[in-house]
Design a protein around this ligand. Structure first.
Ligand code: GTP
Ligand code: ZN
Length: 314
């Protein structure tokens, strides 16, 4: 799938469940239906209240069930996330997506839609070939620090640092297709799948220092499921780049969407930014939480709540 097709795919209208509440309670989870796919979202949440651990959720669900009409109206009125095929956001859209320049002057990358965007099929062939230039740059940096790059301990540092930086950004070399390796399976399953607390290490694009944390991903399958490890591998593709946490969160959600075309995808990322810990404002306990909710997770509060309860439970 090309980048533009991918961008089109995250238009909410492509999610079969986008308006389930306004369609009534007994609709199948997936528009294609399935033998066991007739439980409504309400049923799914009410059965959740049998679980003692659901605790206060029971009250919330009951309240929400009473105000379904209001919820339905609110959902209809909520602005949708729409990204056009060319990667831009409609001008009057109230939801702005952080976009970064789409140009590259690096040899071999001239025709690339730049790495930052939602593109998954970009695979520069020669990143290792950049090592000598990168090493030279690190050597200059050492000199800039007032260090002697020729002293024994630093002789190989420029090359090591260049290799380390290539590792920290190895996601640029990975494509979704390679990572999935065909591990998408037809399965008559329409209950929520959640893999949570996936470790994540990334690089702040503003300061080139790490941010790290954990990622939780949920999706509601439509007769296709994904090999579980592939969710963690998707996190690797996008975290191993220069990033901001917001974009990382969205890219993961889009990739899962592309992989299994589910009824919805939810991603929550909790990150510690070393640029806020080791320097700058120096707040060592602050955490940044970002989320992307697509499809039914965006439109149905109960589904979103079920996901968040699963993510927040020990
Ligand atoms: N939204 C967002 N901001 C980030 C992320 N990583 C770093 N930043 C912020 O990027 C901003 C850069 O701000 P500047 O004022 O240009 O840089 P600075 O002087 O180094 O800022 P301070 O960190 O406040 O010292 C800072 O507020 C960082 O906290 C991220 O993932 N998402
Ligand atoms: Zn930073």
């Amino acid at each position: 799938m090309s980048a533009s097709e991918l961008n089109e795919a995250i238009d909410d209208s492509n999610f079969p469940q986008a308006h389930i509440l306004s369609r009534g309670r007994n609709n199948s989870i997936c528009s294609t239906g399935s033998a066991s796919g007739n439980s409504s979202l309400l049923d799914r949440n009410l059965s959740q209240t049998d679980d003692a651990s659901a605790g206060s959720v029971a009250g919330n669900v009951a309240n929400e069930a009473q105000s379904d009409g209001a919820v339905s109206k609110a959902i209809t009125n909520r602005p949708k996330l729409v990204i056009k095929a060319n990667g831009t956001i409609p001008e009057n859209d109230s939801i702005r997506t952080p976009m970064t320049p789409r140009t590259s002057t690096t040899p071999g990358h001239e025709n690339c839609t730049f790495h930052h965007d939602l593109e998954l099929d970009h695979k520069p062939p020669t990143r290792e070939a950049l090592l000598p230039d990168m090493a030279r740059s690190y050597r200059l940096l050492l000199g800039g620090l007032g260090e002697n790059p020729d002293r024994q301990g630093l002789i190989k540092t420029p090359e090591r640092a260049a290799k380390a930086m290539l590792f920290f950004t190895k996601g640029y070399d990975q494509s979704l297709e390679d990572v999935l390796n065909g591990a998408v399976f037809d399965e008559d399953h329409d209950e929520m799948v959640v893999v949570k607390d996936i470790e994540m290490f990334s690089m702040c694009e503003h300061h080139l220092v790490p941010f790290y944390g954990k990622v939780s991903i949920g999706y509601l399958p439509c007769n296709k499921i994904l090999g579980l490890s592939k969710l963690a591998r998707i996190v690797e593709i996008f975290s191993r780049r220069l990033q901001v946490q917001e974009r990382l969160t969205k890219q993961i959600a889009v990739a899962v969407t592309q992989a299994v075309q589910p009824a919805g995808v939810a991603v929550v990322v909790e990150g510690v930014h070393m640029c806020m810990v080791m320097r700058g404002v120096q707040k060592i306990n602050s955490k940044t939480v970002t989320s992307t909710m697509l499809g039914v997770f965006r439109d149905d509060p109960k589904t979103r709540e079920e996901f968040l309860n699963l993510v927040n439970s020990k």
